[in-house]
Ligand binder design. Structure first.
Ligand code: B12
Length: 212
């Protein structure tokens, strides 16, 4: 059996009270919120595996999502580097979860990190059709569109975003980054996107590259 941290194991067990308690203790000790998120995320991965093996069902996925969201509401204010209230924006990023996909936890973490590091983010939400990404890029003048995707069968929808940006004549001005658990370099190539980011910190470095 794999060796999980206490927090990861509590997450896997969906032991809500224990998760919150452990997170509180880690926050009090001054642990990096990204490390805490990583431990919870490892639990989410395992929950996904249990779901695949029919040991967990949709209700467990829903519960896991709720627990993770509560953890994030505690950690989110800690993700910013500094008080950015009076700082000019570093640039605008359009972000959304691809059409037919309603997973938003990872997308929201990316958004918190980007906002926390000085970017303006246009959050299109979940189940976003390609034309909405295109219109938002056109209207805001964003140089970067981020597509979150957690379901294999929606990969063609990422490609559609890239293709529709091209058809709208925006592809030269707008870069596309993708992310989400099943994404990787192969998916990026398939979709014709410019960047693949494995986590929220990668999303920030991609933005820093684009808005250099
Ligand atoms: C929680 C969960 C749900 C919740 C979602 C709640 C919510 N509000 O988001 C609910 C219950 C709704 C759900 C539903 C379903 N789910 Co679900 N779900 C999960 C689970 C367990 C965790 C996902 C999660 O939140 N992870 C935590 C976050 C923090 O991780 P993340 O999203 O990967 O994001 C990080 C990075 O990937 C990256 N990132 C994310 N987005 C972006 C974007 C950019 C631009 C960049 C750069 C980076 C980036 O940064 C984030 C932070 O580090 C996963 C298991 C897994 N391995 O992911 C299954 C999983 C994704 N679900 C799965 C399935 C099959 C479904 C359902 C089809 C089940 C069903 N039969 O109905 C439905 C689909 C509904 C739909 N149409 O979207 C499968 C998908 C298989 C596949 N690859 O196609 C998985 C992998 C489970 C499994 N192993 O079988 N699910």
């Amino acid at each position: 059996m794999a060796d999980f941290t206490e927090l990861t194991q509590a997450m896997i067990n969906l032991d809500e009270d224990k998760v919150y308690d452990l997170v509180d203790k880690k926050v009090d000790k001054g642990e990096n919120p990204l490390d805490i998120i990583k431990e919870c995320n490892d639990g989410m991965f395992e929950i996904g595996q249990l779901f695949e093996k029919n040991e967990y069902y949709l209700s467990e996925l829903i519960m896991a999502g709720e627990i993770f969201k509560s953890v994030m509401s505690k950690l989110e204010p800690m993700l910013g580097e500094a008080d950015l209230a009076n700082q000019p924006s570093k640039g605008t990023v359009v972000l959304g979860t691809v059409k037919d996909d309603i997973h938003d936890i990872g997308k929201d973490i990316v958004i918190s990190m980007l906002k926390g590091t000085g970017y303006e983010v246009v959050d299109l939400g979940v189940d976003v059709p390609a034309d909405k990404f295109v219109n938002a890029a056109r209207e805001t003048g964003a140089k970067l569109v981020g597509v979150s995707c957690l379901l294999n069968f929606t990969f063609p929808e990422i490609k559609k975003v890239v293709d529709e940006l091209e058809a709208a004549g925006l592809r030269d001005q707008v870069k596309v980054m993708i992310g989400g658990a099943p994404c990787n370099e192969d998916v990026r190539k398939f979709a014709g996107a410019d960047f693949y980011g494995k986590d929220a910190a990668s999303a920030v470095s991609i933005c820093n590259q684009v808005y250099r």
